[in-house]
Design a protein around this ligand. Structure first.
Ligand code: SAM
Length: 228
């Protein structure tokens, strides 16, 4: 039932958790988590009415409405204190949107949350910055290729002491850099080729944007050191 991408997100969820899937759309993930008895309870949160009512019908059809609540709302606003949600999943959106949803969450909405599982389609460093600045430590990451796109999945746990990352770790992911899977190497080799071409072109441009070239050269250095 789940796509390879959502399967990788599913794998990150701890047993017996209480999950809020924010921007759940079709609610595939909560349904699978409850059917496979990985989660005890799940909220499928969705800001758009269409997907929300369709998911509600599906959840009722499968007889899961005692364990899955489908709720209409913006971001973490669908979570109430007595839901005792310990795990929040936000998947399939850009890093800017994920960061904005997390930033708008209140202290109360995040109070019971121990684990965040985030799958940005783009802009992963932004998400890692939010995690570090808000006392979440990255404990696992995965990278998968599906339909000509590479997706990264980031799992982080709440900690009392903030744990900082190096610049290459913000860019490429601390766990992914350790795992160095073939998909990871292929992604960054491809980016490296792109940066080399771009910097070469920029040097020949009428107006040389030195700041941009310096930034790209910095990324090139980080990637080359990591892929060595
Ligand atoms: N999470 C699913 C997945 O990974 O396959 C669906 C991803 S879908 C591309 C993104 C969903 O997020 C859309 O259904 C959209 O309506 C919803 N969304 C966007 N902004 C949101 C917000 N602020 N709060 C809740 N849902 C939101």
């Amino acid at each position: 039932l789940l796509s390879k991408r959502l399967q990788a997100v599913y794998q990150m969820v701890d047993n017996n958790s209480r999950v809020a899937d924010i921007g759940s759309d079709h609610a595939y993930l909560p349904v699978e988590l409850i059917e496979q008895k990985v989660a005890l309870y799940a909220i499928a949160g969705e800001v758009a009415k269409g997907p929300m009512s369709r998911s509600k019908e599906d959840v009722e059809k499968f007889g899961l409405s005692n364990k899955i609540d489908v709720r209409l709302g913006d971001g973490l606003a669908v979570i109430e204190a007595n839901d005792q949600i310990d795990t929040v999943v936000i998947a399939g959106m850009g890093g800017i949107l994920i960061q904005s949803i997390l930033t708008r969450a209140t202290v109360e909405q995040l109070s019971n949350v121990k684990t965040l599982i985030l799958q940005p389609n783009i802009g992963e460093p932004l998400v890692r910055h939010w995690l570090v600045e808000n006392n979440f430590q990255i404990v696992d990451e995965d990278i998968i290729a599906e339909d000509h796109h590479v997706y990264e999945i980031i799992k982080a746990n709440k900690v009392t002491e903030p744990i900082s990352l190096t610049e290459p770790e913000f860019l490429m992911g601390p766990v992914l850099m350790q795992k160095k899977t073939p998909t990871f190497v292929a992604k960054w080799q491809h980016k490296l080729d792109g940066y080399h071409k771009a910097t070469a072109n920029m040097l020949h441009a009428k107006k040389v944007d030195q700041l941009k070239i310096d930034a790209m050269n910095q990324s090139i250095k980080y990637i080359e050191e990591t892929l060595l």
